[in-house]
Design a protein around this ligand. Structure first.
Ligand code: NCD
Length: 309
């Protein structure tokens, strides 16, 4: 089986079959990661450049590890300290790197659509590692794998996505994925952080009351307030946000059933999640990070197979 696309630009472009294939392949790679020698030769002689024009901890390390576990040759580029600050265009930067014979590009950029633009201009396969407020497909895939592991399926699972929906590429990719895979979704947050078009575009329910959303769901995927992407004041203070939308141990314990807590990181402890919730055994936040490596191995492997096909 192969993917229906040459690039992984967004979950929007994937079929349910593509998503299942990536998740199934990731499960196989997870077994490799349990072995004493966590390395396979699948991407030997494949050269990958990781282009990070925006800050990243988890995603960058996760891609780098995935590439190393697959025996690829990798080069890392971070925008700070590069010629981008000397005025070079994105296309020039990438064409220069490509003339050094690169097969795949993993890219994070603060401009929505940057990887889509590149895909039109260069021959290498591109994986989007987060573009502005648009998509973060490998995050949604690792979230899906984590939900599947915990709840056995995605079909019919009730997921509440909570917080700054408007500025979150993680929310958008999750919405596409969960819709395609038959999960039920509610988005929850202050009205100013939930775009009006969203409920129609995705057919999801909007719930402004946190307690009601938590009482309904099996899984709460909690997001950070993305202050760096907000150009205007959308709520009065982080303290007030915490009072209305922060998840505390007391709130969790008062729910009718135990729910699963997820977060893509970085967590702002004491704002969207209290520390004892993030660290509790209801939280699968570190399993998400673990699954990230296997999911990225799967995406890299399947896309490189597609290139050779
Ligand atoms: C997210 C991102 O960068 O989009 N983090 C991540 O990749 N794990 C979410 C965020 O920045 O809050």
């Amino acid at each position: 089986m192969t993917l229906s696309t040459r690039h992984l630009l967004g979950i929007k472009d994937l079929t349910a079959q593509d998503i299942s294939l990536i998740l199934q392949t990731a499960q196989e790679f997870k077994e490799v990661l349990q072995r004493p020698i966590k390395k396979v030769p699948s991407l030997r002689d494949v050269t990958i450049v990781n282009l990070f024009f925006e800050n990243s901890t988890r995603t960058r390390i996760s891609f780098e590890l995935a590439e190393k576990r697959l025996s690829a040759d990798t080069v890392n580029f971070t925008a700070s300290g590069s010629s981008v600050s000397k005025g070079e265009t994105l296309l020039d930067t990438v064409n220069n790197i490509l003339s050094m014979k690169v097969d795949m590009v993993v890219m994070r950029h603060s401009a929505s659509g940057a990887p889509h633009f590149l895909a039109k201009h260069i021959p290498a396969a591109i994986i989007n590692a987060g573009d502005g407020i648009n998509e973060h497909p490998t995050q949604a895939l690792l979230d899906a794998l984590s939900i599947k592991e915990k709840h056995g399926t995605l079909e019919g699972v009730k997921v509440a996505i909570i917080g700054d929906i408007m500025h979150s590429r993680v929310a958008q990719s999750n919405l596409y994925l969960l819709n395609k895979m038959g999960a039920e979704v509610v988005v929850c947050g202050p009205p100013t952080l939930i775009p009006k078009h969203l409920s129609e575009a995705f057919g999801v329910r909007v719930e402004y009351n946190l307690r009601k959303a938590l009482e309904w769901c099996d899984v709460a995927n909690v997001l950070r307030i993305q202050l760096e992407r907000q150009n205007e004041v959308l709520f009065s203070s982080l303290r007030e946000y915490n009072l209305a939308y922060g998840i505390s141990r007391r709130l969790l314990d008062s729910l009718p059933k135990p729910i699963t807590i997820m977060h893509p990181g970085p967590i702002n402890r004491g704002v969207e999640l209290d520390s004892d919730v993030a660290n509790s055994d209801q939280s699968i936040i570190l399993q998400q990070v673990e699954n990230g490596v296997a999911v990225r191995m799967a995406a890299l492997y399947l896309l490189s197979n597609r290139q050779n096909a």
